[in-house]
Design a protein around this ligand. Structure first.
Ligand code: CP3
Length: 363
């Protein structure tokens, strides 16, 4: 296990030990709001790039607890963020289901594409969790290493988004293969989605048993679907995962992130049963404040390019978000993951702005 020395500076260490993030997810207004950033661990940090250079294979990097723990701790140590997210990837689920997954440098993920009519993978609980056991070890090690006031977040990809990678064989521009499958072989596609619901719910429950305090469901490609398909392949599978995780762990808040959902964010907030919803940067903060009831905690939604650019764009973005969302239960985050070219000084400035500014609307 990675040992943190006693002198490791966790800048937000303080008397209050119940994580701010969990207070907000429980419905409290906390001012200034807690902040963490999607993809906070990763290539924008020189210390991550140095760690990563030692392991050629990205999945092996994810499956080595000492390394994954260190990658998760790096941004928390550097910035004093309010939460750590366990270091892994959404594509460990297809990997654990026996699909071939690899990450080519500069090209993103590659998978053996699954086609209509192919024999579907089976969810065999013991084999699946044996493959993911190292992820659970990462969680145990992380919880032991983190100060109590820093929340530990677990995650999984939503079935729709994970299925896009499994069916398209990697990233995609138009999602033609998966969308066509969903229209032309409803029964077969529904069976694939049911399998992913089962595997994902089970995976999240194990993360919780190992020590994560909240989980986020990343539905990165939710935004490509028209409303009826959105309901069938984003809302319904997510609602079923929420039902299963909540049945086993009623105390653990669940954050959903249906990126790019537009108007569908409203249905998602009402119908999935999630406790909190992360919104992307295309959503107007004043619209979100009006359209989404306060019992659904909001998280977001700074444009990751405003963070990369810094300066006035960053200051304006932060001010707008805090003005419209700062007086309700709210978690500061980006609208999508931090980009590799983002200067760490801009992240420092962002945190200063969020923590230093009065976040109630001015009279
Ligand atoms: O701090 C964190 O959030 C780190 C943990 C994390 C990673 N991936 C590490 C990673 C998380 C939460 C993810 C989620 C993820 N992975 C998503 C959903 C969130 C999103 O950003 O939309 C998706 C769609 C993936 C799939 C994936 N993984 C892609 C498309 C790629 C290649 C593109 C890219 O960003 O590099 C990855 C690789 C990946 N996952 C890296 C990291 C740090 C880069 C790999 C490297 O270091 O070479």
């Amino acid at each position: 296990m990675t040992e943190l020395s006693d002198t490791t500076p966790f800048e937000n260490a303080g008397a209050e030990t119940h994580p701010k993030l969990l207070r907000v997810l429980g419905g409290e207004v906390v001012n200034p709001p807690p902040i963490w950033l999607m993809r906070q661990a990763g290539r924008h940090l020189p210390e991550y790039r140095a760690l990563r250079a030692k392991t050629a294979n990205f999945l092996e990097f994810c499956y080595t607890p000492d390394i994954a723990i260190e990658a998760s701790l790096q941004p928390v140590r550097r910035y004093g963020l309010d939460a750590a997210i366990m270091f892994s990837d959404i594509l460990v689920v297809p990997d654990a289901l026996g699909r071939k997954v690899s990450f080519e440098v500069g090209e993103g993920p590659k998978l053996d594409p699954l086609r209509p009519g192919d024999v579907l993978p089976v969810f065999e609980e013991d084999t699946f969790h044996a493959k993911l056991n190292q992820v659970y070890s990462t969680v145990i090690g992380l919880r032991a290493a983190l100060p109590p006031e820093v929340a530990l977040i677990g995650f999984a990809g939503a079935p729709w988004t994970v299925a896009t990678y499994m069916v398209e064989g990697g990233g995609s521009r138009d999602f033609q293969k998966i969308r066509r499958w969903a229209y032309t072989d409803l029964g077969g596609f529904a069976r694939l989605m049911d399998l992913l619901v089962e595997a994902t719910a089970s995976y999240l429950c194990r993360q919780i048993s190992a020590g994560v305090q909240t989980v986020q469901i990343f539905d990165t490609w939710a935004g490509v679907l028209p409303p009826d398909q959105f309901r069938r392949w984003v809302i319904e599978p997510t609602a079923e995962i929420v039902r299963r995780v909540r049945e086993a762990h009623p105390e653990v808040p669940i954050i959903g992130f249906p990126r790019g959902a537009g108007n569908n964010y409203i249905a998602y907030a009402f119908e999935t049963g999630i406790d909190a919803m992360s919104i992307d940067a295309t959503v107007s903060t004043s619209w979100a404040a009006r359209a989404i009831p306060e019992r659904c905690v909001l998280q977001g939604n700074l444009d990751n390019l405003a963070l990369l650019a810094g300066g006035a764009a960053l200051e304006r973005g932060v001010r707008d978000i805090l003005t419209h969302l700062g007086s309700r239960p709210f978690v500061f985050n980006l609208g999508h993951g931090i980009l590799p070219d983002t200067p760490p000084e801009h992240v420092e400035r962002l945190i200063e702005l969020v923590r230093g500014q009065v976040s109630t609307p001015r009279a």
